[in-house]
Design a protein around this ligand. Structure first.
Ligand SMILES: [Zn+2]
Length: 431
């Protein structure tokens, strides 16, 4: 399929864009539709790169609003883990489809997912038309190393025939939920297969204290010693990393994905030291974390929060610029996250059109408007690999996804039962 966009504004110029075979074939002032192109008249909408969500647990959309306002361990132990034991692949499929709806709507085209029943999540991403790196969480603190390793290999086998837009990875949950032996095993398996590894690291101060007491070194040094710090490693959080760890992470060319909203909501006590990470040369991305602990998947909102908490923590309004925050949210500061490096000919045809004439984008510098004024509602059209996933705010099949997700949430006892049919009196009143 070929796609042509006319009348879009890019870098202040009115341009056209053509996409063929999933790539940008033409972009510029003198680009016009060819016969047979699927045509979008952008009518002055702003053409920008899309966003990359570097860390989430997508299917937790089903848990949104369940057990909020509890401390992390109580939330996990009393609310989330008991329900997660009941999850079936269909729950993960529809929960992930719901997450995809929200992400497409708010301009995210690719995400890094860590969740149970990863093959079901992969099917959901493929059916939604998005891109993702999917991985099932690996946990063996209960001494179940053999089962965990077998499950990891089985999941990778099941993901081996995933469509092109889906990458498989490994996701040891954290250094405190996976044994040292298993972390080494995961490092070898990832290196053998050349696949990425996602892990939560240095989210809380307690994690650092426990790591130093158990292993005699801080989390990033420990992870390096077990062979898990490489250019294929994506570290979620990194809130409590110190300078020596940031230097090591930069040297190993690993990526840190900061999740400022989830960190604030779960009150982890500090802010990811972004200026020091940047100065050390660390690759940095932005994530929402799961919709159970955020609770939104709107990366525009998190981009603003990210910039604001960094300024606040540094006591310096210049600690991060809007342009920097935008580049981080669109994955440009961490190539392993998988964003196309630029909107240009030959790159993946992944892009957004932002509402023409939106008051938030009326004047001033575009990055500042995007980071400080806009929300995900500014996104009008979302395109992945030249395929239009949302056009003028409409996503095909959205109602079906919502209905199925609600049904699965009800099955888990997470949503009220369907209302019984209205009484004749109510019917009369509403007809
Ligand atoms: Zn997480």
């Amino acid at each position: 399929m070929s796609l042509a966009v006319t009348g879009a504004i890019h870098d202040g110029e009115r341009v056209g864009l053509r996409a063929t075979n999933g790539l940008i074939a033409e972009l510029g002032r003198d680009v016009f539709p060819h016969p047979g192109d699927y045509l979008i008249d952008a009518a002055g909408a702003i053409l920008v790169a899309p966003l990359i969500n570097g860390h989430t647990h997508a299917a937790m959309t089903l848990f949104r609003g369940y057990g909020d306002d509890l401390p992390l361990m109580r939330w996990l132990e009393e609310k989330i883990w008991p329900i997660e034991r009941k999850l079936e692949p269909a729950d993960v499929y529809w929960g992930t489809r719901l997450a995809c709806l929200e992400m497409i709507r708010s301009g995210t085209v690719r995400f890094w997912d860590m969740y149970w029943h990863a093959p079901a999540a992969a099917r959901a991403v493929a059916d939604a038309g998005m891109r993702a790196t999917v991985a099932a969480p690996l946990i063996d603190v209960d001494g179940r190393s053999e089962q965990m390793r077998a499950a990891a290999e089985r999941t990778l086998d099941e993901l081996s025939d995933a469509p092109e837009r889906i990458d498989a990875g490994l996701a040891p949950h954290a250094i405190y939920t996976v044994s040292e032996d298993s972390l080494r095993w995961i490092a070898e398996l990832a290196a053998d297969r050349g696949i990425p590894v996602q892990i939560h690291l240095s989210e809380t101060e307690q994690e650092v204290i426990d790591c130093v007491s158990a292993h005699g070194e801080r989390p990033a040094h420990y992870l390096d010693r077990v062979g898990l710090l490489s250019p294929r490693t994506v570290l979620a959080h990194g809130v409590w990393l110190d300078d020596s760890e940031l230097e090591l992470i930069a040297e190993r060319r690993a990526t840190v994905v900061t999740n400022p909203v989830a960190n604030l909501k779960l009150a982890v006590g500090r802010v990811f030291p972004y200026p020091r990470a940047r100065d050390a040369g660390v690759r940095v991305g932005l994530g929402t974390d799961g919709p159970g602990s955020n609770n939104s998947l709107d990366l525009f909102a998190d981009m603003k929060t990210f910039a604001l908490v960094q300024k606040h923590a540094a006591g310096d309004a210049a600690a991060i610029t809007a342009g920097e925050a935008w580049e981080i949210a669109s994955g440009r500061r961490a190539p392993p996250l998988g964003a196309a490096p630029a909107l240009e000919v030959g790159q993946a045809a992944d892009f957004l059109l932002l509402r023409a004439g939106a008051p938030e984008l009326s004047f001033g510098e575009l990055p500042a408007a995007l980071v400080y004024a806009a929300s995900g509602a500014i996104v009008q059209t979302t395109v992945v690999a030249g395929q239009v996933l949302m056009r003028d705010g409409e996503i095909d099949g959205a109602e079906e996804v919502l209905a199925h997700a609600l049904e699965r949430a009800r099955g888990l006892g997470l949503a009220p039962p369907a209302a019984s049919s209205p009484s004749p009196r109510t019917r009369a009143a509403t007809s």
